[in-house]
Design a protein around this ligand. Sequence first.
Ligand code: NAP
Ligand code: NAG
Ligand code: NAG
Ligand code: NAG
Length: 365
Amino acid sequence: MLCMMKPWVVVCLCACLVCARAELRSPVVLAKNTTSQVVLVTGATGRTGSLLYNALKAQGVDVRGLVRNATKARERLRCNKCDPSEGIFVGDITQPADLTAPMVGVDKLVILTSSYPLQYPNGTWYYAPGGSPKEVDFEGQNNQVIAALKAGAKQALLVSSMGTTEPDSYLDLLGNGHVSFYKLNAEASLMGSGMPFTIIKPSGLVDDSGNQRRLLVGHNDDLVPSQMMTVPRADVARTLLHAVTLEEEHSAGLRFDLSSDPAGPATEDFAALFKEARSWGGQTRPSGRGKHSGARCISFHIASHAFVPWCARCNTEGVYHDATACPLADEECTAKRVERAREADELAGEFHALYDGEDDQRFAR
Ligand SMILES: NC(=O)c1ccc[n+]([C@@H]2O[C@H](COP(=O)([O-])OP(=O)(O)OC[C@H]3O[C@@H](n4cnc5c(N)ncnc54)[C@H](OP(=O)(O)O)[C@@H]3O)[C@@H](O)[C@H]2O)c1
Ligand SMILES: *[C@@H]1O[C@H](CO)[C@@H](O)[C@H](O)[C@H]1NC(C)=O
Ligand SMILES: *[C@@H]1O[C@H](CO)[C@@H](O)[C@H](O)[C@H]1NC(C)=O
Ligand SMILES: *[C@@H]1O[C@H](CO)[C@@H](O)[C@H](O)[C@H]1NC(C)=O
């Protein structure tokens, strides 16, 4: 496991400041009228976010970007005024009020915001104040999903991360942020929201050019280590581009790992890739459509079991700063959290199994 994590850790920690300029080469065959939909990309000035934003724009999709810094947006998103008149909204996802205006009329939300660890000169990792995984990946993401639900959006697509079956991994423990734990909880809350979702969990992100590699899908970190090392941000953006522009039944209701084989050949047929992601353990899940793709019943379990706020708080802070809220000894608290994280991943598997051969209606509440 450690060996498996190593390349990602290297990739995740590499201070890659240069935005990948790789072209998203193959033209997308647009599903009918997808150009009339409104797509909001959050984290649009990010490395994957800017690739996706620019690709959607090039396809003629009515795309908006939520950014924190209009100057950075001008550099990366080729906007001039970089204001709402050009579909660029400045806001912070930890501030719910900032999300109202950008969500008005949005059909699909693509969540590409993320926390990131910083390093002191002595090598110690930390997160900036207000920038912890709990605040950004969990609370900030929940704010986005809630705002999207209120605005009547039809689908939320999320880039999370592989490795959530390994509690307390090196990455998870960086800066005491528990990033994997919070990303997993954020997945669970999206799945439990009732909003049709697409959750992509990439392996280590790299800035190599896209459209060269064969893309590989898996579930619960089951790709063999030689296949699960890296995937270019440009290919994650291409996958999202197709998920957004194909009819939503291709990608809705899916949660899968995404990695790549550098030997190729380049993946061209994304409908087939999504179909493959839907087929798991020898069985195929029907396409997720409409509100039922959230499969509320099972997601409710994931959500209720995965959220252990008191326990998470213990571990996030490393100390009990609220003895009444956190009555367990540290080991118990950690054990509990580990158990919940595993449970959430197992339940996500069961959720898929429940769909087998069943009518969506059966799980509608
Ligand atoms: N690195 C890896 O190897 C790896 C592996 C698996 C999964 N992932 C995940 O893949 C996703 C994409 O990664 P990436 O490297 O493309 O991301 P990235 O470049 O780090 O972009 C993150 C974006 O989030 C924005 N953001 C952060 N906090 C925000 C806040 N409070 N309000 C609004 N925006 C905020 C940032 O804004 P600014 O542009 O203003 O900074 C940035 O645009 C992330 O979720 C990442 O965790 C990464
Ligand atoms: C797209 O929508 C318009 C109406 O908004 C309709 O006239 C047109 O036929 C649609 N195109 C396709 C390919 O369905
Ligand atoms: C905004 O982005 C510009 C260009 O990338 C950068 O120089 C500036 O420091 C950023 N401002 C803040 C407040 O981060
Ligand atoms: C590293 O530096 C930070 C910030 O100055 C400090 O808080 C921390 O205690 C240091 N860690 C070690 C191991 O020296």
